[in-house]
Design a binder for this molecule. Structure first.
Ligand SMILES: Nc1ccn([C@@H]2O[C@H](COP(=O)(O)O)[C@@H](O)[C@H]2O)c(=O)n1
Ligand SMILES: C[C@@]1(CO)OP(=O)(O)OP(=O)(O)OC[C@H]1O
Length: 166
């Protein structure tokens, strides 16, 4: 049994916030704005996982009107959703993510993000791919006003092995 899900999220880049992406903090002169820590990549992955199990979206589970989730650590939000995914018998097949950011240069941090995401999804790093692209100075990402991220996830459920005698 396999299920596929996709995610998309955008957060604004502003001064005076830490820049947290894929569960790690990256040095930058600005950070992402949100009700939570605004980790746009983990939010996208959370939405993709929810999409795969028909579980709605991140805002349904963690409303941005609820003070409980103010400044929430997005690693904890994804971990909560991943418990639901596992409860339905699924594990990660693979996930492929794209971050659209004019700046900062993300290449030096890609491996650390992969490791962070693999840890959260209880999978091997080889099952997690993270890509970065600029948008060639076009649009809101190109002007550096915000960062967008996309993800496609494949969940797999292994059939119970039957212990047939003889
Ligand atoms: N924030 C980013 C954006 C891109 N990269 C790397 O640069 C390569 C070329 O980007 P283009 O937008 O010109 O296609 C891209 O493949 C990434 O490896 C990056 O590190 N950080
Ligand atoms: C994570 C939550 C909850 O703190 O808030 P934000 O950080 O604003 O993120 P978003 O992707 O807009 O929506 C999900 C939320 O409800």
């Amino acid at each position: 049994m396999m299920r596929i899900g996709q995610g998309y999220d955008v957060h604004q880049l502003v001064e005076g916030r830490p820049f947290i992406l894929g569960g790690i903090e990256i040095p930058h002169d600005r950070g992402l704005l949100g009700h939570s820590d605004a980790d746009v990549l983990l939010h996208t992955i959370t939405d993709a996982a929810l999409g795969a199990i028909g579980g709605g979206d991140i805002g349904k589970h963690f409303p941005d009107t609820d003070p409980e989730f103010k400044d929430a650590d997005s690693k904890k939000l994804l971990t909560h959703i991943w418990e639901i995914v596992k409860g339905e018998g699924y594990e990660l097949g693979n996930i492929d993510c794209t971050v659209i950011a004019q700046k900062p240069k993300l290449a030096p941090y890609i491996e650390q993000m992969r490791e962070s995401i693999a840890g959260l999804l209880e999978a091997d790093v080889s099952q997690v791919n993270v890509k970065a692209t600029t948008s060639e100075h076009l649009g809101f990402t190109g002007r550096g006003e915000g960062i967008a991220a996309l993800a496609v996830i494949l969940l797999v459920k292994h059939p119970l092995s039957l212990d047939v005698p003889g």
